[in-house]
Structures are given as structure tokens and as C-alpha cells.
Ligand binder design. Structure first.
Ligand SMILES: [Zn+2]
Ligand SMILES: [Zn+2]
Length: 169
């Protein structure tokens, strides 16, 4: 290595370095690519957002030529490629318009509860619970979070409180 002891920065530049980050407009400056690049992925859960954004970046994205039928209302109201539910239904049902899971709800939780939820999820994962079980469990957990949200704001005390550090427990 070309680093000196106690000096974490390189003394010599890396031999082969990518000059720029991957750009899908490098060899293709077509109008279509520009339009697709400008698409704002929304009304989906973070996972589906990643999937669609990946498709856009690596030019796997295929825009719809005509609206698709929404799986929820049955109308030809789906205008975004890869989405199966229209925006209206997604909003109404609080679901991701691509995978139709209620994951969107996580984002709607207040930051503190979201952290509690994440911690709970991590804990369950460490316990080696199966994916299917975990899903069931998380959905239930989410329900309790929502219920407590509307019923007893301020009395939210789950297995761990933010004011108490893990070590103290
Ligand atoms: Zn719909
Ligand atoms: Zn999704």
C-alpha cells in the first residue's frame, strides 16, 4: 500500500480511477433518455423506489405507452411503468403502488416511532426469525404502533425507550 503509518491519506494517486460516476447520458443524449432521467419516482415504498431508480439509471426503464388497469379500482388510471395501482388508490389505501405492500406506512410514522420500529425489526432479524414470520410480525407491530398513535399519544412505551441506552438495560 502507498499509505504511510499514521497517515490515512494516500501519498500517491490511485492508478486506475474512474474519472466520473456512471452516467447514462454519456453515449446517449436522446430525448427519450432525458425524459426518463427526469422521472420522479414516488408513491412507492423505498424498496420499489430503489428498483425503479436502478432501472432508470441503467436504462432498463420502459415507459408505458398507454395507461394500465389499476389492480384496486379497475380503472385505466396507472400511468407509471412498473406500478400496478394508481396514485389515488395508493394514497387511499396507504400502500405502495408497485408492490401493494403497506410499507409506505412506515414513512408516515413519526421519527421516534420509526426508530422503535426499526430497532424491533433488527432485533427480530437477529433472533433468526424467518422472512415470512417476520413479515407477519412486523405488520402486527405496525398496527399496534398506529393504534397507539391515535389512542394514547404520549403513552407510547415499548420494549425500549429512547431516553434509556441499551447498556443500561
Ligand atoms: Zn386505482
Ligand atoms: Zn413497494
Amino acid at each position: 500500500m502507498s499509505t504511510q503509518r499514521g497517515n490515512s491519506s494516500r501519498t500517491r494517486p490511485q492508478k486506475h480511477k474512474n474519472q466520473t460516476a456512471f452516467k447514462n447520458t454519456l453515449h446517449d443524449t436522446s430525448h427519450r433518455t432525458k425524459i426518463i432521467n427526469s422521472i420522479e419516482v414516488k408513491d412507492v415504498c423505498s424498496r420499489c423506489k430503489d428498483v425503479i431508480e436502478w432501472k432508470i439509471k441503467y436504462k432498463k426503464y420502459k415507459a408505458l405507452t398507454q395507461p394500465k388497469t389499476c389492480v384496486s379500482c379497475g380503472q385505466k388510471t396507472v400511468k407509471q411503468a412498473y406500478h400496478v395501482m394508481c396514485i389515488e388508490c395508493g394514497k387511499k389505501l396507504g400502500k405502495c403502488t408497485k408492490c401493494c405492500q403497506g410499507k409506505e406506512v412506515i414513512k408516515a410514522l413519526p421519527e421516534r416511532k420509526r426508530r422503535t420500529f426499526r430497532r424491533y425489526m433488527d432485533k427480530k432479524e437477529k433472533e433468526g426469525i424467518s422472512k415470512e414470520e417476520l413479515k407477519e410480525d412486523l405488520l402486527m407491530k405496525l398496527e399496534t404502533l398506529k393504534v397507539e398513535d391515535s389512542d394514547s399519544e404520549g403513552h407510547f412505551d415499548l420494549d425500549c425507550d429512547d431516553s434509556v441506552s441499551e447498556e443500561e438495560l
